[in-house]
Design a protein around this ligand. Structure first.
Ligand SMILES: Cc1cc2nc3c(=O)[nH]c(=O)nc-3n(C[C@H](O)[C@H](O)[C@H](O)COP(=O)(O)OP(=O)(O)OC[C@H]3O[C@@H](n4cnc5c(N)ncnc54)[C@H](O)[C@@H]3O)c2cc1C
Length: 383
């Protein structure tokens, strides 16, 4: 039986560990934290009884049927649709911008065609090829909607004015010309009845898989294993030799109240004067449960310093160039594959994380028995 090390007990690590364990490898999973499930960790708050998403709200959504069937082996998924609200200049609106938002914002009763024509008329058509996020937004939604919903929120979220961010951040026109206020356009969406940590616990529950928490995996430990799957930060593995990759981190300020605090799971605060970006009320992520008390997270975004938890990779020109250097270093490592959101320095939704972990495991299980060499990356981190 070959020994395999998996660094990180988030979705990336857990899925790879299970698939390799099932195939007869002896898998040791390490996590530096005192709990499994990585950033998807959920736990019940002792005071309110509410299931809390400890590192911020996580809504499971996917159009990948393989992933949807895979995840549902480990818990029952309860119906949940993310319907986000936004507060801008003292008024409440529906997000993403949809027909209701447009009609309420402008005091109109447009039908879809009229709304589309109206937006085209207020968009700044003098901008032929938008270079920045600001230009992109001004071209597609015009000054009023841009200032109400994007300027302040984006500045707070990224710590930069939208005129300093590339247009590529706002890839698609974030506007719907109907009344669909489902935040995600995925085929499947839901919440695990018992939380994400329960799911990861069940994924890791295999006789060939052992888990060591509170254990940071160091370079010196690698020679004991036939292969290492590493879902930790790629720059940390190389001791930040090419500089630290930039991330945004989040601070959550918790408050407990009685009853219903805001009547919805997530409300975004778009004005720059309000220091938090959004408030999530966690009991609304489990609408099938009932709790007298409630718990909210006020979310603040800032640059990630050395001791902070990295959340969103910044991935601007400077970081991409550093990443290229780390990719070259990673390719020089023997018997090691970098996976997951930190190992490849990309923002990944859970369903993408799971799909990539399943693919990485499948690839290893094809290559290894045939004497092949598993590459440093199963996906292109720059792709
Ligand atoms: C604020 C926020 C909200 C999100 N909301 C959603 C959402 O609504 N829906 C969705 O689908 N996705 C969401 N995501 C994405 C989701 O969090 C990721 O898809 C998921 O966490 C990726 O899993 P992972 O295993 O790759 O990484 P992680 O969950 O970060 O796990 C990596 C683990 O590796 C451990 N580790 C690192 N280095 C070492 C080391 N040297 N030794 C031992 N252990 C180590 C860490 O402690 C960590 O536990 C959100 C992400 C953020 C930041």
């Amino acid at each position: 039986m070959k020994n395999i090390a998996v660094v990180g007990a988030g979705f990336s690590g857990a899925v790879i560990a299970r698939e390799l364990g099932k195939a007869g490898y002896r898998v040791s999973v390490f996590d530096a934290r005192p709990h499994i499930a990585g950033n998807c960790h959920t736990e019940r708050d002792a005071e309110t009884g509410v299931m809390v998403h400890a590192y911020g709200p996580h809504i499971f959504h996917t159009s990948n049927e393989k992933v949807w069937n895979y995840i549902r082996q480990f818990d029952e998924f309860m119906p949940f649709v993310n319907r986000v609200k936004a507060i801008s200049k003292g008024r409440v609106f529906s997000l993403p911008i949809n027909l209701l938002t447009i009609n309420q914002f402008f005091g109109k009763t447009f039908n879809p065609k009229e709304a589309e024509a109206f937006l085209a008329s207020i968009g700044d058509q003098s901008i032929a090829a938008p270079q920045t996020f600001e230009e992109q937004a001004l071209k597609f939604v015009g000054k009023d909607l841009y200032e109400a919903f994007f300027r302040g929120y984006t500045t707070k979220q990224w710590g930069m004015h939208p005129s300093e961010l590339p247009a590529s951040i706002l890839k698609r026109l974030p506007v719907r010309f109907n009344y669909d206020d489902n935040y995600y356009a995925s085929t499947f969406q839901g919440m695990p009845k018992n939380g994400y940590t329960y799911i990861v616990e069940r994924i890791l529950d295999h006789p060939n898989v052992t888990v060591q928490l509170n254990t940071r995996f160091e370079r010196a430990m690698a020679p004991g294993y036939a292969h290492v799957f590493y879902s930790g930060p790629i720059d940390a593995w190389f001791n930040y030799s090419e500089g630290r990759l930039g991330y945004r981190t989040l601070d959550f300020v918790t408050e407990r109240h009685t009853g219903d605090y805001q009547g919805n799971a997530v409300i975004n605060y778009c004005d720059e004067e309000v220091p938090w970006t959004r408030i999530s009320e966690h009991k609304h992520f489990s609408p099938w449960e009932s709790h007298e008390k409630t718990l909210i997270f006020k979310e603040y975004s800032r640059y990630c310093e050395e001791r902070d938890t990295p959340y969103y990779p910044i991935r601007l020109a400077k970081e991409k160039s550093q990443l290229k250097s780390y990719i070259e270093l990673a390719k020089g490592e023997k018997n090691m594959t970098f996976v997951g959101r930190l190992g490849t320095y990309r923002y990944l939704d859970m369903h993408v994380t799971i799909a990539e972990a399943l693919d990485a495991a499948e690839r290893f299980l094809e290559l290894d028995p045939a004497g092949g060499v598993m590459p440093a990356f199963a996906v292109d981190p720059l792709g």
